[in-house]
Design a protein around this ligand. Structure first.
Ligand code: PNS
Length: 162
């Protein structure tokens, strides 16, 4: 069985993330969407909230939503995963992603990182943009899965007006 991990902060999950997860599901037998527990990174949503949003957004897909406490390279070994799947939007994503891919390869030589190019309609999309638009009370229905748009909108409304 081929297992892949789609890791990310997912703060919050966007349609761009969901597109990558769906495409990974077509290639692998099992996809684990992994949210690292990183206390030093400031996020708008807690790990639990981000996992709950991911569960709602991926309903009907053959995915497992999990949190990761530690290195992804070690987690992959425990889970029997052979690949990390990430989306690339533009060249600006590349340097950071390449650095992570090479680090993970050193830590776990059995683990490949695969990059899927983003679907063109999501080139511009990022969790930061979603947070900014929602924070000003704007419409995020084109940016995040429909079933969680209201939850995210309500949760972030007013956060940019303080
Ligand atoms: O959505 P992001 O913030 O680009 O995701 C980054 C992520 C979660 C993939 C990265 O921070 C990560 O893998 N964290 C787990 C800890 C780890 O393994 N660090 C070393 C990899 S370079």
């Amino acid at each position: 069985m081929r297992v892949a991990i789609c890791p990310g902060s997912f703060d919050p999950v966007t349609l761009g993330h969901l597109d990558i997860i769906q495409r990974a599901c077509k290639i692998f037998d099992k996809v684990i969407v992994a949210v690292p527990i990183n206390p030093s990174k400031k996020t708008s949503f807690t790990v639990e909230e981000r996992m709950e949003l991911l569960k709602l957004a991926t309903k009907g897909l053959n995915v497992e939503i999990d949190s990761v406490d530690g290195l992804l390279a070690d987690y992959a070994k425990v889970k029997g995963a052979t690949a990390i799947v990430k989306g690339l939007r533009a060249m600006s994503d590349f340097e950071y992603e390449f650095q992570m891919a090479l680090t993970n390869k050193k830590l776990n030589p059995e683990l490949e990182t695969m990059f899927l190019s983003t679907s063109s309609e999501f080139m511009f999309l990022s969790s930061s943009m979603v947070k900014q638009v929602a924070g000003f009370g704007g419409d995020i229905s084109h940016f995040v899965p429909e079933c969680i748009a209201d939850i995210i909108g309500e949760r972030l409304k007013g956060t940019y007006l303080k």
